[in-house]
Write a protein that binds this ligand. Structure first.
Ligand code: DHB
Ligand code: MG
Length: 223
């Protein structure tokens, strides 16, 4: 078997990007602002942004939920998938991330479309469930990996038949395949993947995603 060629994978990424993800001033400014604010450079890649945008758009969504805002890069992609008048709620636990995200959303003219909730993610989800929040059409999980299984359990009551649930970073360069991964992020993602596979309410798959290393995006449809 041929060895995995990282340089080739990187070139293929650039090739796909050059064809389908044209330069976008709002997204470029978003990344520049996040870098200036000192946020970690761990947002989804441009190609993955386009992918989650396209998958979301196929559902003609009015309501999108995101867990883990960071600088609102994926948020901006997903907000663009909304039908006119649609709304996105994004949950962020880090005050600097939330502040940077709000500034970026303002610069992208998305302040009226997107609400950033600054709080512990699980606490936000529990209060949304308690207050009878209507189900979401699309849900994107991209926050602390050890909480992924808890997030999955908490987003199911905020879903309906046909809701699309996606989660980032579920492969962690293959570390999720270890029986007991030593790093807590891989361990959390592995438990999440096991839960997804065992959940008879969901039809699921994982797409391998290349961003410097090999990672993955889970895609699930609620029955
Ligand atoms: C990392 C990447 C992510 O997309 C994320 O959500 C969290 C961490 C990382 O590469 O460490
Ligand atoms: Mg991620």
């Amino acid at each position: 078997m041929e060895e995995f060629d990282h340089l080739l994978a990187e070139q293929v990424e650039r090739y796909i990007e050059s064809l389908f993800v044209p330069p976008d001033p709002v997204l470029e400014q978003n990344l520049a602002n996040a870098a200036s604010a000192g946020l970690p450079d761990i947002q989804v890649s441009p190609n993955q942004g386009k992918l989650i945008y396209l998958l979301a758009k196929m559902l003609r969504p009015q309501r999108i939920l995101e867990i883990g805002t960071l600088g609102a890069y994926s948020t901006t992609w997903l907000a663009r998938a909304l039908e006119p008048g649609g709304k996105l709620i994004t949950l962020e636990a880090n005050p600097l991330h939330a502040k940077t995200a709000r500034q970026n959303l303002a610069q992208g003219a998305l302040s009226q479309t997107v609400t950033v909730i600054l709080n512990d993610g699980q606490a936000s989800l529990r209060s949304m469930i308690a207050s009878g929040e209507k189900p979401f059409d699309v849900i994107f999980i991209d926050a602390d990996k050890p909480s992924y299984s808890a997030y999955l359990a908490l987003v199911l009551p905020l879903s309906r038949t046909g809701t699309l649930i996606m989660a980032d970073n579920v492969i962690r360069n293959g570390r999720v395949m270890a029986g007991k991964p030593t790093d807590e992020n891989a361990r959390g993602a592995r438990q999440f993947n096991t839960d997804l596979a065992a959940n008879s309410q969901l039809e699921s798959i994982i797409l391998p995603i290349f961003r410097e290393k090999l990672d993955g995006l889970s895609v699930s449809l609620v029955r």
